[in-house]
Design a protein around this ligand. Structure first.
Ligand SMILES: Nc1ncnc2c1ncn2[C@@H]1O[C@H](COP(=O)(O)OP(=O)(O)OP(=O)(O)O)[C@@H](O)[C@H]1O
Ligand SMILES: [Mg+2]
Length: 214
């Protein structure tokens, strides 16, 4: 990373209930208190158009083929990069994004069984060379983490998948982290919230050293 780089793009990844939203909020509060300009966003659904796609992706009752699902996630990502991420990076902001390219590889690739090479290619088209600077992967046993979100009511299309699917997704995330150990930092999602908060902030502060941020 060059010293001229503007903004910081951080993604929060992990299976349902792993604590992504919790840690994103805490991280944003700490960064704002330190005077940074922070944008909180998500895939899918970080833009108005993306929200429409999110509704279809998570709640459609129609038969959705895995490739159709993949292409809609990619469409959301392309919209989001152009509308949210690139402008925020240009303004030197810190972007905290709930799920991104690694979720697509983990869920549609390792989970649904679509070819990883195809997903990588489509991700590249959507992100135009702008991978996250830092990815925090909250990892833990899906059976334990599912218990945290079981009381939320009706599960969405992906949450409703069987236990074996979530195990494959978890293993997929871990494999991705092994492939890119610099970018993807693995945190133990079963540790207490405060401990994870400290670790999250340390990783972000470390990444901030290499960026020009406002
Ligand atoms: N480290 C933790 N220890 C115990 N409980 C936690 C921890 N982190 C989060 N929780 C609780 O677990 C639940 C799920 O957390 P959270 O919503 O942050 O997960 P998530 O990864 O955003 O889930 P989803 O993918 O479904 O949006 C919440 O009730 C939260 O308070
Ligand atoms: Mg969440």
């Amino acid at each position: 990373m060059s010293a001229e780089k503007r903004g910081l793009f951080v993604t929060f990844e992990g299976i349902d209930g792993s604590g992504k939203s919790t840690q994103m909020q805490l991280c944003a509060q700490a960064l704002e208190a330190a005077g940074h300009s922070v944008v909180i966003t998500r895939n899918p659904g970080g833009t108005a158009f993306g929200l429409e796609l999110r509704q279809i992706l998570l709640h459609s009752t129609q038969t959705v083929y895995p490739m159709s699902e993949l292409l809609l996630f990619i469409a959301d990502r392309a919209q989001h990069m152009n509308e949210m991420v690139f402008p925020a990076l240009a303004e030197g902001k810190v972007i905290l994004c709930d799920r991104h390219m690694d979720s697509t590889l983990a869920y549609q690739g390792y989970g649904r069984g679509l070819p990883l090479a195809t997903i990588r290619e489509l991700n590249e088209i959507a992100i135009q060379g702008h991978k996250p600077d830092l990815t925090l992967l909250f990892d833990g046993d899906p059976a334990i983490l599912a218990q945290r979100v079981n009381n939320r009511g009706q599960a969405d299309r992906l949450e409703g998948e069987k236990a074996d699917f979530h195990r494959r997704v978890r293993e997929g995330f871990l494999e991705l982290a092994q492939l890119e150990p610099q970018r993807i930092q693995v945190l133990n999602a079963l540790e207490p919230i405060e401990q994870l908060q400290t670790q999250t902030l340390q990783h972000v502060q470390n990444a901030l050293k290499h960026c020009l941020v406002s």
